[in-house]
Write a protein that binds this ligand. Structure first.
Ligand code: FE2
Length: 429
């Protein structure tokens, strides 16, 4: 007898009518019509069952702070950074923890069970790091939180930036961050990449940098990051977040750069919602989209995963912890709307981001963690179209969140009484 069986599931790879049996915290069997009983059974009724959504790029120390101490009037990245600088001295550990826990509650109901957060180290009080380390411990039973030490005001540029950064790592941050395009000069940016990769090599940590988050085609720190990755033997442990300058780069240069990124085994993390909102701000018309070259990077075999980046903070006044909203935007901005493309985008919200974060036991095979999400949609393409309700969210074999299906009632003569948002419209392709 199993602890739990989910019956009649559609899987992201296209298999349908599949049962998933769970024993304790682990998937014990996956197959068509498992002939066994369980203490609890859930009928997925032909809906999509997926491993959880994973967000590899977020700012948990800033989330839900919208309006504090004021709104971002211009809406630009730079005013956002300035506004965050105003808020930062007033931050308390209690308020940071409370907001982060509230965001994690929201994330869980959205089936988002692992988040990599960049945490600002620019204020030498490091109350941000202290608070996020507390949150990492408190959410551990239901959400994996990775902490990137992130020198928001510049590793070299911020007063006491270097010392505070190193202390954040000593306190227990998991990953080395960086922001080379925000250092004072291109040269200091390059030197920061080198110094930070050296720290990662010495401490045996991964690297995840905000890199070239600008429309300037000559912002080429990603090249240095790839080179230093190889130099320090960090292949597979390095992520370049944003890489928006690649959108504006010369095509010849990119044809040389992408193979270099592939050779270095770098992970790439675009943030479609924030990129489309913040890039192109110095353009009149036409306005550039600013997102990096997702399709070309994927075609070169590079691991691309998408981040949410911001929810209700100085940079972005929207968001709801829904990684399908992120994927939905990616489809539009990258113009990737074929069935194959949608499948690749769904992977970029799930398996690719699990790989970026180095999560163990992620997946739908026997022996994987019993971490599962049942959606009110029948396949990944429909999930991306509808951003549907997460009917059940399961962590290590236990249901930790449920949401009632969205059923519209109709009161029209000769028309159906109910519309199941998940299934009634889509033609079978
Ligand atoms: Fe970010």
């Amino acid at each position: 007898m199993f602890d739990l069986i989910i019956r009649n599931a559609n899987l992201p790879d296209g298999r349908s009518g599949v049962d998933i049996a769970v024993m304790g915290a682990t998937i014990a069997a996956v197959g068509v019509r498992i002939d066994a009983t369980a203490r609890e059974e859930i009928d997925a009724t032909g809906r999509l069952v997926t491993p959880p959504f994973i967000d590899p790029h977020f700012h948990m120390d800033a989330t839900l702070s919208l309006g504090l101490p004021r709104m971002n009037r211009s809406g630009t990245l730079l005013e956002g950074i300035a506004l965050w600088g105003e808020l930062r001295p007033t931050l308390t550990r209690e308020a940071l923890v409370e907001r982060a826990l509230r965001y994690c509650d929201l994330a869980v109901t959205q089936g988002l069970l692992a988040v990599r957060t960049h945490v600002d180290t620019s204020d030498p009080r490091l109350v941000t790091i202290e608070a996020m380390i507390e949150v990492r411990e408190r959410v551990k039973p239901y959400l994996d939180l990775q902490i990137v030490a992130f020198p928001q005001d510049g590793y070299f540029r911020a007063p006491e930036g270097v010392a505070a950064f190193n202390r954040a790592l000593d306190m227990g941050a998991d990953i080395v961050g960086g922001i080379p395009h925000f250092e004072r000069t291109m040269e200091e940016g390059r030197l920061s990449v080198e110094a930070l990769c050296r720290i990662a090599a010495d401490r045996g940590l991964p690297v995840d940098m905000h890199c070239d988050e600008t429309d300037d085609p000559l912002s080429r720190h990603v090249e240095t990051l790839a080179q230093q990755t190889v130099r320090f033997g960090l292949q597979g442990r390095v992520a370049g977040s944003h890489l928006t300058s690649m959108h504006s780069m010369d095509n010849y240069y990119v044809s040389k750069l992408i193979p270099l990124i592939a050779e270095a085994g770098m992970n790439v993390i675009p943030n479609p919602l924030i990129n489309i909102m913040l890039q192109g701000r110095h353009d009149s018309y036409p306005k550039r989209r600013g997102m990096t070259r997702v399709k070309e990077l994927m075609e070169a075999g590079i691991n691309v995963s998408f981040g949410h980046d911001c929810v209700m903070d100085p940079w972005y006044s929207m968001g709801q912890g829904d990684m399908l909203e992120v994927g939905h935007m990616a489809i539009h901005v990258a113009q990737m709307a074929s069935m194959e493309d949608k499948s690749r985008i769904f992977d970029a919200l799930t398996v690719n981001s699990a790989r970026t974060m180095g999560l163990q036991g992620y997946g739908l095979e026997k022996g994987c963690n019993a971490d599962l999400v049942i959606l009110q949609a029948r396949d990944p393409a429909e999930a991306l179209r509808l951003k549907p309700v997460r009917l059940a969210v399961i962590r290590r074999g236990r249901v930790i969140a449920r949401t009632a299906p969205q059923i519209g009632q109709l009161f029209l003569e000769g028309r159906p009484a109910e519309i199941d948002g998940g299934r009634d419209f889509a033609p079978k392709i």
